[in-house]
Design a protein around this ligand. Sequence first.
Ligand SMILES: *[C@@H]1O[C@H](CO)[C@@H](O)[C@H](O)[C@H]1NC(C)=O
Ligand SMILES: *[C@@H]1O[C@H](CO)[C@@H](O)[C@H](O)[C@H]1NC(C)=O
Length: 394
Amino acid sequence: MERSAEKVRIMRKVEGASWRRNLPTAFEVCVVVVATACTMAAIFAAFVVTSSPIDPVALVLPRYLASGTENRKLECVEKLGEGLVQGPEDVVEARDGSLVVTTRDGWVKKVWSNGTVQSWKHVGGYPCGLALGVHGEIIVADPVRGLLNVTEDDEVRVVTNQAEGIAFTFADSVTVARNGQIYFTDASSEHSMHSWHLDVLEARPHGRMLNFDPITGRTTVLMGGLGFANGIALSPKEDFLVVCESWKYRCVRYWLEGESKGTSETFVDNLPGFPDNIHLHAPSQTFWLGVVGGRSWLIDLTHKTPFLKHFFARYWHRVKPFNFARADLIAVNLEGELVERYQDPRGSRLSFATGAVIKDNYLYIGSLTQNFLGRLSLDMQDCSSLHFSHWPLY
Ligand SMILES: *[C@@H]1O[C@H](CO)[C@@H](O)[C@H](O)[C@H]1NC(C)=O
Ligand SMILES: *[C@@H]1O[C@H](CO)[C@@H](O)[C@H](O)[C@H]1NC(C)=O
């Protein structure tokens, strides 16, 4: 009797011990948790990569060194035609002295210096860049329809919509030489205007720079393999073109004349954001560049990390690495050296400034996200000398 009670007691002790022995240790719990988390992360990563719409490559760029030259001059812009021009992306001076803009709702509108807005021509679609033609016509770059000829009297006509058998996907910016030759960009032959971010994240150069010859009617590709071919401008002597490559944060110079004819080289590099439109101001021998977005450690890291590119491409509607709530205009001389900079670093009055032209000592500034044409006197030192209804917020 006593022996069997003792046996039960021992057996219970053994069972208890083995039960306790079967309990996982803290280490084992950790291993299981980590393994599960890793498996789930791997499944998620595989899902992101296979469902992402791009085939990205890593892009290592020189680190942007934030300069100490930040200013807030663009916080002083006057809002011309407020509410009457939706996202005036590009601006050019017409022969009649008005400033012609392209808007997001398919209009080519004229803004007069007294603030009056004239709804000039409805071209439909998403007109981007524009330029003044040699007959006073306005040449508009429409992403898919191509170059449009917009005149006072005639119907809007397509000038060209393909080159070397490839239709334009994203005709973006245009400039016209004194001899009537038209030079323009097709930002990407892969990604359309509504998925511009995919071109940036993918970082494969699908951009082209082209020439339309009005005499032969032919369109030829002068440069391929550009990293989002955006703004384009001619030098004062028309011996070279400057073409901006947005996601490479640079603009290149393409020689039209001289011993380097047909070759290109870097013109301005390592910009503080995506160069957008570029316009020549001949009297001061300067090019004015709209620089959008801005650089940050996150963007530089994303460019180096294809997985992050897949992630942002997949979840673009939820999370973006770019910040467009700022404005930055940069003027460079004919050697590509910085001579002037106008900023609104927090986008408090103006953001997404895509470019500017100068007329009568005023900057007229376009933007993709504002509903006005910005205007600023080049003589202005600070906002206190200005008197306009919407006082800048400090
Ligand atoms: C502004 O200028 C334009 C062109 O000179 C003119 O047609 C228009 O009537 C002017 N508007 C106002 C309000 O003065
Ligand atoms: C645009 O149309 C006008 C009027 O028809 C014409 O004179 C001009 O040559 C055209 N421009 C181009 C680039 O086709």
